[in-house]
Design a protein around this ligand. Structure first.
Ligand code: 5AD
Ligand code: SF4
Length: 469
């Protein structure tokens, strides 16, 4: 079996040396950065690495763009309109840069891996001097040094999609952390640009993952979410010697880890072993984010999803049989090319049948280079909009219904935040199965676990009371 391809330690060491030099050369300057992140958890995770590397080079985080010496946009390209928004955002920085010529303006992330994008941006925005893609984060020290020396650079190599371990990190959440278990995606769903911009699927070695979890737990974090485009295919290339179900068991016994989550799951790979792991491992949370995309077999086939409606529903049934309080969330696309009114109704009936705790719904957006974008049977925007509205209305009603069964429910909540706008300070947090609840309490309880009983529902939220602290 082929082993994972990793970036060589010598190369990583060289970058650390450059980081040290950048730090020494600039230590009197109090350099600051402002990183703005768009898109999914993968990008949020990448930004933590980018920030960690910047801190390693002597930067600290600025309160605002106006103060920063380095402004970086970490972009997403899963759906359109992101590009227009980015152009506006970048254009608006010209004045700032004119007023502060030493400022570095950079753009990174998925959109930079799109064909021709980096060149186009460099040409259009002379005030942008740093562009890089998703697979070269480890080379940031070298890139920053080049830009400090007056160069304008775009580093978007695709050949490099090897894993870099041990990069510095800046995590600002003290209760909960995301841990990558794999990068890239090989599924090529016909609407999706991710496999083109994030490259081939590659899994991290189990020990690296576990070591990272151990060190996060040591630092006080109690909730870990394992992250991948399709976590269920972890190790499918044989490079890790472990399946996803085995990885769950291997990570879950880290002492002090209260909650283990994972996302996203792909229905084609979610097998009995994973279901048993969810049912039996005590700290694996009873929540599965299981994107269905469509409830119609014909559309699922054209999406290249490789499961049927029935197979999807059978996973839901089996998990509910094994795990009484399990909750499901999902992603759904309406208006995929060729989606008839009948096909859309199949999605509606699936949503009605399953009763998702929440659904992230999207109007299909053609992505250049993908198979579906080339189809001639595109659906008019007005139809997509109407279907999206109908679907959202249905899901909103289902959420209210789902909430009703929680009245009287008692469980442990991890406090994530508080709201002081009303008469009473309201804390909020999630039960282990991802249901969010609001309840009166003291902000000092942030990041701790409390037991909460649900008293009533309010539109799409649960309201409760603490029964111990
Ligand atoms: N158009 C609309 N939605 C999309 N998604 C991915 N690609 C597209 C697209 N081209 C949605 C899917 C995926 C989620 C992250 O984004 O539902 O699960
Ligand atoms: Fe895109 Fe499909 Fe891969 Fe998810 S599994 S990232 S939708 S190609």
């Amino acid at each position: 079996m082929e082993r994972n391809r990793y970036i060589a330690q010598t190369e990583l060491d060289q970058q650390r040396r450059i980081a040290e030099e950048v730090y020494l050369e600039n230590r009197d300057r109090d350099l600051t950065f402002f990183v703005e992140t768009f898109g999914c958890q993968m990008n949020v995770r990448d930004s933590e690495t980018i920030k960690g590397e910047l801190v390693d080079m002597g930067y600290s985080e600025a309160e605002s763009k106006e103060e920063a010496d380095l402004i970086l946009f970490n972009t997403c390209c899963v759906r359109d309109h992101a590009e227009k928004r980015l152009m506006g955002n970048i254009g608006a920085l010209k004045e700032l840069k004119d007023a502060k010529p030493g400022m570095i303006i950079g753009i990174c992330g998925c959109m930079m891996q799109q064909e021709g994008m980096a060149k186009k941006l460099l040409r259009r925005f002379p005030h942008v001097s740093l562009i890089f893609g998703t697979n070269v984060l480890y080379r940031l020290p070298q890139m920053i040094r080049s830009v400090m020396n007056g160069e304008r650079i775009a580093v978007t190599d695709r050949a490099d999609d090897a894993i870099a371990e041990g990069l510095p990190q800046m995590r600002d959440n003290q209760r909960s952390a995301f841990v990558n278990i794999m990068y890239g995606c090989d599924n090529f769903c016909s609407y999706c640009i991710v496999p083109y911009v994030r490259g081939r699927e590659r899994s991290r070695n189990p020990k690296d993952i576990r070591d990272e979890v151990v060190s996060l737990v040591k630092s006080g974090i109690t909730e870990i979410t394992l992250l991948g485009q399709n976590v269920n295919s972890y190790g499918n290339d044989g490079s890790t010697g472990m399946t996803f179900a085995e990885l769950l068991a291997y990570v879950s016994d880290v002492s002090g880890l209260k909650r283990l989550r994972f996302m996203s799951s792909h229905p084609k790979d979610l097998n009995e072993d994973v279901m048993q792991a969810i049912a039996t491992l005590p700290n694996v949370c009873h929540h599965v984010h299981l994107p269905v995309q469509s409830g119609n077999d014909e559309i699922l086939k054209h999406m290249n999803r490789r499961y049927t409606r029935e197979r999807y529903l059978s996973i839901i049934r089996r998990l509910r049989e094994l795990v009484a309080d399990i909750e499901f969330t999902t992603d759904i696309i309406v208006g995929f090319p060729g989606e008839t009114e009948e096909a859309f109704k199949d999605t509606m009936s699936l949503v009605d049948e399953v009763g998702f705790a929440a659904a992230f719904t999207f109007a299909y957006s053609p992505r250049q280079g993908t198979v579906a974008a080339k189809r001639e049977d595109q659906i008019p925007e007005s139809v997509k909009k109407r279907r999206l509205r109908e679907l959202n209305e249905l899901q909103a009603a289902k959420t209210v219904k789902n909430n009703e069964k929680y009245i009287g429910y008692v469980g442990e909540v991890l406090v994530e935040g508080f709201d002081e706008r009303g008469e009473e300070t309201m804390l909020y947090g999630k039960y282990q199965n991802f249901k969010m609840v609001y309840f009166p309490g003291d902000p000092s309880l942030l990041n701790s676990y409390v037991t909460v009983r649900v008293l009533k529902t309010n539109k799409n939220s649960l309201l409760g009371e603490m029964i111990d602290a």
